[in-house]
Design a protein. Structure first.
Ligand code: CIR
Length: 263
């Protein structure tokens, strides 16, 4: 099998949930997450990652940052190199620094460059040689332009798209299934942002089914999207459904709880 850097990974980094996660940001009040249950679900998530064959390193909880369990927003990792990002929410702005402090040793190198605009990892979808960035409330044109310059030496061209205004992040409504295929809501796909790629559309009543992580030969996704689980299994994907009810209350999903990469 040829190696595809967009989903062939050897490592993942997560961060243990802080008890302050009950104060995490959210677009809509769906009630606070249950901290104990969220921790149990996080452990199941880590087990699923391990089942894909990757080594998972878990950083300690960071109480100062209620949203820090969503480690994907603080950095983008390409070819084992962590690029620190610039999260668009003020309360999350210190998270890249915390990742540098607690996680630098897990990467080949860390690029810590001052970015002129905001950019969250949740708005970045990485194919083998294209990085798609959804401009959003959290990710600005300047942030995307900065990232374009940083990833160019790694052989990526960056394309900008628009995140629908009613969702938090671009990847709230799409993910990578393989090197040439995205999974997406219909609403996002009709914008044309996946031009040149194939797209699997999730059932209309399961928009949350569009946030998945392809890791090696498995796809980890929310068990709360059973029709999408069945759809992907029908297409031959080896799906590992995991519970996500508690992170979902604070706009989290499977992709945001880890950084996945190869060393
Ligand atoms: C936030 O509003 O930043 C968090 N409560 C949720 C972040 C989810 N991150 C992601 O989808 N990459």
């Amino acid at each position: 099998m040829p190696s595809h850097r967009s989903y062939h990974f050897t490592h993942a980094v997560c961060r243990a949930p802080a008890s302050s996660v009950v104060n995490a940001l959210r677009l809509e009040d769906l009630g606070n997450p249950d901290f104990e249950l969220l921790c149990r679900q996080h452990e199941i998530y880590i087990e699923a990652l391990r089942e894909t064959g990757v080594t998972v390193n878990v950083m300690p909880a960071s109480e100062d940052y209620p949203d820090s369990v969503f480690v994907e927003d603080a950095a983008l990792v390409v070819d084992g190199v962590a690029i620190l990002l610039n999260p668009g929410a003020r309360s999350r702005n210190g998270e890249p620094g915390a990742l540098l402090r607690d996680g630098a040793r897990y990467f080949n190198r860390v690029i810590d460059r001052k970015l002129s605009g905001a950019i969250d990892g949740g708005d970045i979808l990485v194919f083998d040689d294209v990085v798609l960035v959804g401009l959003s409330e959290r990710t600005s044109e300047d942030g995307a332009n900065d990232l374009a310059q940083i990833v160019a030496p790694f052989g990526y061209s960056l394309r900008k798209a628009k995140t629908p205004s009613d969702i938090l992040h671009f990847k709230s409504h799409c993910s990578l299934l393989d090197e040439k295929t995205a999974i997406s809501t219909k609403a996002l796909a009709v914008s044309g942002c996946f031009e040149g790629f194939d797209v699997v559309i999730v059932p209309d009543d399961e928009p949350h089914g569009s946030n998945v992580i392809r890791v090696n030969d498995k796809v980890i996704m929310a068990e709360e999207a059973p029709k999408t689980v069945a759809l992907l299994r029908d297409q031959g994907f080896d799906v590992l459904p995991v519970p996500t009810s508690e992170v979902a209350k604070i706009d989290g999903a499977v992709s945001c709880c880890s950084l996945r990469y190869s060393l």
